[in-house]
Ligand binder design. Structure first.
Ligand code: NAD
Length: 495
């Protein structure tokens, strides 16, 4: 019997008001039902928002260091449950165990960072232009935060949002992706075990249209933090703009790794294999394009194809697996679609390009690691996000062309250059239009205490992670205290 899960609304574990449910199956083995979850709707969502609103006044007045102490306990509980929940994450969305452990660890790091932030949340004191007057700024909570997350980082991304939201004194309504509802439920259990007031965290399972849309439109929701596709991000931006809601959008990517003629090729090879096929290419920071200097193009391609041929597909729980399944049928159809597009556009399919069906793979959503060569910058496979194990290789003649080709997409999340030349490296850091540039590192591998996010259509300018996410989840308040005992007029009495 599959495990049965519930929503957490108004301090209680409950079914959906309409009584409907949905199943979540293991993408590596469709026979395995990971769990059965409530298929919620507007009624459930409204109850969750009402509870979060009710809890807000008490939570916002809880001293921030005390909120931080709870975050410390969250981290401690997460440490104890790391192995159990990493395995659950792999069963839910497929990526290999080493990577779900990493995803989970990012949640632990985020909890401890939040814990420390409870004793910081710095404001400024600034001299007044008038005598006997004191000026200060401070960070205030905002209200009810609506959190909408994707499936590819089932633990890290919800923690990036929920922990700082709560630490700043906001209360939360959390709508996770329907592909990873079990991980989301476990995260809420941990928050409750650590001592978050029950009504301050609410969890509503269900689809984007039935739960996500009413969450965005709800007048009692003060801010929305969304990570997902650019397509949905645009809808959320325009919907929440109607009510002038504060919105943070972390969206798609079309990331590239450049390999210059002076690069250490073995190192660059490790980087592109990890960047392109880690998480089966389903990271927002995945290496989707490889830009090779013409002098090393042929040699590097040979090395690359040799390594790709050796990648072992399989269940992410097995130690022998290098690449897990694609998350679901719709995602595998997107990959198939783009592989057709690439062939029609005239790129050369050098390896892969088909669903894998051998043996146990026949029971899951497996796609062979795929490389296109002879890709040109104007092709769709060089510009559009695919979100699967597909790499497009482009050839360039110098550093300027490499950076121009890299920038030739609507996205601007992550990027990488392998080079031993410091001039190339600093040029890349300055001229690449991405929120993140790695030098001699893969396009994936963000650290929890650094700002994370992208330029151009990858987002709307906010950053998760590090100190910057605390700016999104709090509002600046300024206070002036006049202790002169008389009316003092700024800009008038002192000039
Ligand atoms: P998605 O946009 O389909 O869904 C994301 C979330 O939004 C899900 O919870 C979904 O149910 C919900 N949703 C869907 N339609 C909605 C609507 N109309 N209103 C409100 N909510 C709605 O994305 P996905 O397939 O889950 O994730 C993959 C995408 O996420 C990729 O484009 C990837 O690049 C992006 N991503 C970005 C980052 C980043 O930090 N920039 C990180 C991870 C993933």
């Amino acid at each position: 019997m599959a495990d049965k899960y519930q929503n957490f609304i108004n301090g209680e574990w409950v079914d959906a008001a309409g009584g409907e449910t949905f199943e979540n199956r293991n993408p590596a083995n469709w026979d395995e039902v990971v769990g059965v979850f409530p298929k919620s709707g507007e009624e459930d969502l409204n109850a969750a928002v009402a509870a979060a609103r009710e809890a807000y006044d008490e939570w916002r007045l809880t001293p921030a260091p005390e909120r931080g102490n709870i975050m410390k306990r969250v981290g401690d509980i997460m440490v104890q449950r790391k192995e159990e929940l990493s395995r659950l994450m792999t069963r839910e969305m497929g990526k290999v165990l080493a990577e779900t452990r990493g995803d989970y660890q990012e949640g632990i790091d985020t909890a401890y960072y939040a814990s420390g932030e409870g004793r910081r949340l710095f404001g400024h004191t600034v001299p007044s232009e008038l005598p006997n007057k004191f000026n200060m700024s401070m960070r205030m909570p905002i209200g009810v935060a609506g959190i909408i997350t994707p499936w590819n980082f089932p633990m890290a991304i919800p923690t990036w949002k929920i922990f700082p939201a709560l630490l700043c004194g906001n209360t939360v309504v959390f709508k996770p992706a329907s592909d990873v509802p079990a991980t989301a439920t476990k995260l809420v259990e941990i928050l409750l075990d650590a001592g978050i007031p029950p009504k301050a965290i609410n969890l509503v399972h269900g689809s984007g249209s039935k739960v996500g849309t009413p969450l965005i439109k709800h007048p009692d929701v003060d801010l929305i933090s969304f990570t997902g596709s650019s397509e949905v991000g645009k809808i959320i931006s325009s919907e929440s703009g109607k009510d002038l809601k504060r919105v943070s959008l972390e969206l798609g990517g079309k990331n590239a790794q450049i390999v210059m003629d002076d690069a250490k090729l073995d190192l660059a090879l490790d980087g592109v294999i990890w960047g392109a096929f880690g998480t089966t290419g389903q990271r927002c920071t995945a290496t989707s394009r490889l830009i090779l200097h013409e002098k090393i193009h042929d040699e590097f391609l040979e090395m690359l194809l040799d390594r790709v041929a050796k990648l072992r597909l399989g269940d992410g729980l097995l130690e022998s697996t290098d690449v897990g399944p694609v998350v679901n049928e719709s995602q595998i159809k997107t990959v198939e679609y783009y592989v057709n597009v690439g062939q029609q556009e005239g790129a050369k399919l050098a390896i892969g390009g088909e669903v894998a069906k051998d043996g146990d793979l026949a029971k899951g959503w497996f796609y062979k690691p795929t490389v296109f060569t002879r890709v040109t910058p104007e092709m769709r496979i060089a510009k559009e996000e695919i979100f699967g194990p597909v790499l497009s290789v482009l050839k360039v003649k110098d550093v300027k062309e490499a950076i121009d080709v890299l920038n030739n997409t609507e996205y601007g999340l992550s990027s990488s250059m392998y080079t031993q030349d410091i001039n190339n490296a600093f040029r890349a850091i300055r001229d690449i239009q991405c929120g993140i540039t790695y030098i001699n590192g893969a396009t994936i591998g963000a650290e929890a205490h650094m700002p994370f996010g992208g330029m151009k259509n990858t987002g709307n300018g906010h950053r998760e992670g590090g100190w910057t996410v605390y700016e999104f989840f709090s509002e600046v308040k300024v206070a002036y205290v006049d202790f002169s005992g008389k009316l003092q007029r700024a800009q008038i009495d002192n000039y």
